[in-house]
Ligand binder design. Structure first.
Ligand SMILES: Nc1ncnc2c1ncn2[C@@H]1O[C@H](COP(=O)(O)OP(=O)(O)O)[C@@H](O)[C@H]1O
Ligand SMILES: [Mg+2]
Length: 253
């Protein structure tokens, strides 16, 4: 890994206000320009908490977190509760421009053009006027990636972007994220899917505490996978480890 460091995390811990024990602890990893890092962990393992920490929504409980990237763009876990909000795909992409503006400015023609360009980039030019909530899960995810592109952030944080997607949607998003990394962006994406983690450049295994960090081939040993998932693993006849399905449909965080 030779790209510039965008995020450096050193022995970090964080607790929710009022909680007796930290939600996550002992995290030490980095994200460099040009790499895709998967954050692999079970439901409740602390993946979303890590993103809240990086975006500053949650206070650091210990250690050091250096966000050297000037900006990071966050693609949250899809929240079905907000899908009835009457905004178009273009409106959502345009929000990426607003986040870069002084409070007194409104988005203008140039910003709209940037937002259109970003929607083209993610293959959604045809639906720019469609209501966001009417799009498929995969399309919504790509609109949110377009918003992140308009923000022009060197570091992209994506919280379980593949969760609600069908195979085609997942392949499109995977390709797009590879392109963005090849352009020199750093990508940190949460997943509970082992195959997604195997396809990343490096993987951070997280189950409340850090279990491992490194290239998938080296980091994803059987022992690491078992500790990451708390032993919820079944053996396949082929000898490969498979994970029991995580039932968390309808979960929001
Ligand atoms: N807003 C919150 N307040 C208190 N505890 C929370 C909050 N959100 C999550 N937690 C707790 O933090 C832990 C990690 O949750 P989370 O980061 O959402 O995991 P993941 O995203 O990996 O499923 C869980 O035990 C969860 O109960
Ligand atoms: Mg989560």
């Amino acid at each position: 890994m030779t790209g510039a460091r965008l995020l450096v995390v050193d022995d970090v811990a964080a607790a929710y206000p009022g909680a007796a024990v930290p939600a996550i602890a002992s995290l030490t990893f980095e994200v460099r320009a040009g790499e895709r890092i998967a954050v692999l962990g079970p439901n409740g393992g602390g993946k979303s908490t890590l993103f809240r920490l990086i975006t500053g929504e949650l206070a650091l409980g210990g250690g050091r977190l250096d966000l050297t990237a000037v900006r990071c763009a966050f693609v949250p876990q899809t929240e079905r509760s907000r899908l009835d909000f009457p905004v178009t795909a273009l409106d959502v992409a345009l929000m990426g421009a607003v986040s870069r503006m002084p409070w007194w400015r409104r988005p203008g023609r140039a910003d709209r053009e940037l937002a259109r360009e970003a929607l083209r980039r993610v293959g959604l030019a045809a639906v720019e006027d469609a209501v966001f909530g009417s799009l498929s899960g995969g399309q919504r995810q790509r609109v949110l990636v377009a918003r992140a592109l308009v923000q022009d952030a060197p570091l992209l944080l994506l919280d379980e972007p593949f969760s609600a997607l069908d195979v085609t949607g997942a392949e499109r998003l995977e390709l797009l994220l590879r392109e963005l990394a090849a352009e020199g962006r750093g990508i940190l994406m949460a997943t509970h899917d082992l195959d997604q983690a195997r396809a990343a450049d490096r993987v951070l295994c997280l189950n409340r505490v850090q279990i491992a960090f490194g290239e998938p081939a080296a980091a994803l040993t059987r022992e690491v996978i078992e500790r990451t998932y708390g032993g919820a693993i079944v053996d396949l006849a082929a000898g490969a480890a498979a994970l029991l399905p995580t039932h968390h449909h309808g979960e929001r965080r």
